[in-house]
Write a protein that binds this ligand. Structure first.
Ligand code: ZN
Length: 408
């Protein structure tokens, strides 16, 4: 009887049955709606449909293909977004191939199709497939949520010495949960939660024979002794751009050189390399390649060592507080552009020449940089960082090692 009814419908070529199945779980994000429309024109197609409606698992889409890589979150995020989009499209394409365009939304119609076609296998297949996909897409969305959390809280964890060092217990607990959840093979620990002092040392020349302001030229032998002291006493030099990660080190310190003199390249850089110490060098772009200053090649070389972070020291070394806004803007903007062109990477630190700044300078610095270094004397504290007026300590030629130690 049912069969006869069906054949009649098909022969007339009039049936277009739309089936809606409403799934119990409504916690699916809008990106995960399953839409299938079933259209039947003749009995051959019906047979063909049932023969073909085997939903095959795409081998490339196995869940365990997704490596949760903490070092590559941006890339992973992009890949997962693409996956979520493609997956839905591919799903519909599967069914187009079998002449099936069904819209499964409503339970009463689901019953109807069972009654009409008396083929539970079909429904089972679709249910299985939908559940499988729902699980997978839920997994991907969950993953995306974790990735976004980590990206939005980048400053709260730092990878060093094989450990993910956390700023506080919230991040530590979170990372430990991720370890379990994704079976991650990582080590975690809590960083230094005290308010740490972060000394920033200010050097200029490192040279035996002085020219200009002699007091600003530290002897290479003295510089070597100072670095050696830092090494032996477990100080960890970090870049200016890493100042937010001071909690990851017991004794963080920042070593800076203003003006980018050629003797810093010749005498200080090898000592830094020997100790595997990071430092920041601030370049006067208008002086690049002049007699006493580092040239482009040298700037590229120190940058490529990954031990030096290059920053701007403006184009002309004017005392910025004495200049008008237009000049300040040009000095800050164009020097950044020159350095970024040489290095082919972002430059986001600036040291104000002669430590000269005012509110206009800071306002403009905020447009182009994330960190501004002053010559105000003192130490930054990890819970109160003056990002655009970072304090420093001059290191003078006359300093004994004891004078140096007192500063730290
Ligand atoms: Zn300078």
């Amino acid at each position: 009887m049912l069969k006869k009814l069906l054949i009649t419908f098909i022969t007339l070529g009039l049936i277009i049955t739309i089936i809606f199945i409403h799934y119990k779980n409504k916690d699916i994000t809008p990106a995960i709606k399953y839409q299938l429309t079933l259209k039947i024109d003749n009995d051959n197609l019906v047979k063909e449909f049932f023969n073909n409606v085997k939903v095959e698992e795409d081998k490339n889409r196995a869940i365990n293909n997704w490596q949760f890589d903490l070092n590559n979150l941006e890339e992973l995020k992009e890949k997962i977004n693409i996956e979520i989009n493609n997956y839905n499209i591919n799903y519909l394409n599967n069914f187009n191939n079998t002449y099936l365009e069904a819209l499964l939304v409503n339970n009463s119609n689901k019953e109807k199709i069972i009654n009409i076609f008396n083929n539970k296998e079909f429904i089972k297949n679709i249910n299985n497939e939908i559940n499988k996909r729902k699980k997978y897409l839920n997994y991907l969305n969950d993953l995306l949520e974790d990735i976004n959390y980590l990206l939005n809280n980048k400053k709260d964890y730092y990878f060093n010495d094989n450990y993910y060092i956390c700023k506080d217990n919230t991040m530590l607990n979170y990372l430990n949960e991720l370890k379990e959840k994704y079976n991650l093979n990582i080590l975690t620990k809590l960083g230094n939660t005290n308010n740490q002092k972060i000394p920033i040392l200010l050097y200029h020349g490192v040279l035996d024979n002085t020219w200009g302001a002699a007091t600003l030229f530290v002897k290479p032998s003295e510089f070597a002794k100072q670095m050696n002291y830092l090494k032996e006493n477990d100080y960890t030099p970090i870049f200016v751009s890493e100042i937010d990660y001071a909690y990851a080190f017991s004794k963080p310190i920042i070593i800076t050189f203003d003006d980018a003199y050629i003797d810093v390249y010749n005498n200080a850089f090898p000592i830094l390399q020997k100790n595997n110490f990071k430092a920041n060098i601030f370049v006067i772009t208008g002086s690049i390649g002049n007699n006493l200053y580092m040239n482009e090649e040298m700037i590229k070389t120190v940058d490529a060592s990954n031990l030096i972070e290059i920053g701007s020291h403006t184009i002309s070394h004017y005392k910025l507080a004495e200049k008008d806004a237009e000049t300040i803007e040009k000095e800050l903007k164009e020097s950044k552009e020159v350095l970024e062109k040489i290095l082919n990477k972002e430059v986001n630190t600036i040291a104000y020449p002669s430590g000269s700044f005012n509110s206009t300078v800071i306002e403009i610095a905020k447009k182009y940089y994330s960190y501004g270094l002053s010559t105000l004397i003192g130490k930054e504290q990890s819970n109160n960082i003056n990002y655009y007026t970072l304090k420093r300590h001059y290191i003078y030629r006359e300093y004994s090692l004891n004078d140096f130690i007192k500063i730290l």
